[in-house]
Design a protein. Sequence first.
Length: 271
Amino acid sequence: MSEKMILEVLISCMHKEDMDIINDSKITGHALVINQCDKEDYDEQRTKNGLARMYSVKDRGLTKSRNLAIEKSQGDICLICDDDEVFEKDYQQKVISAYEQLPDADIIIFKMTNRPPSFPDKVLRLKFPKIMKVSSWQISFKRQSLIESGVRFDELLGAGTGNGAEEELKFLKDSLKAKLKIYYVPSEIASVGQESSTWFKGFNEKFFKDRGNTTRYILGLPLSVVYAFYYIIRKKKMYSADISPSKAMKAILSGIRENKLTKLKKANSER
């Protein structure tokens, strides 16, 4: 592993009383924890091969947590982590090695050990629409590339906003717009639980309306309508026990027509 590159794991969590999450996640190198709770505090501890820092903050929202982590990060390479990830012993070597082998990469997407692969078992350059298959816990990036580009997570999206998810899609789409290069490397670096969600409450009408709003906001009107039909048809087995395809389609199109997030973004920019 190169001594010139420092990898830092960026963890978002809530209501932690200590830094046990570092050991629970089997992090052995540098880490930065953003702990959203009811106090403002700072703590740090040594890991086997680095330093773990924790900022406790009263702010709320997953994307706000991610952006604060980017602001406070110090690593050359940063790796996004959820609070239920467990890393492989050689995760640092795998991540740094990938950046050494792909020196032009600004963002690298990795594979999870317990998740079905979204891409073929080979190194790929990712562009739209392939980035739609990426989850946040797969994302790593060169810190300097992100700082210079100005790309951040959109704080209108994600857990805690009430607007649904898709924040990683907006992040990656904005990254492509900023000319950042995104690759997929099929190295397994961690397993992820995701047994529960702070925002997903089932495939109800709100879920589909939110999805209509988020896809309209991220993709624009024509592509969001195409995606709506694709999702309702292709994902029928996944949601049909909770809601009929006709009701789901009606809700997703309602969200697209409402276009709430685009209007909210415009209103915020005019303030």
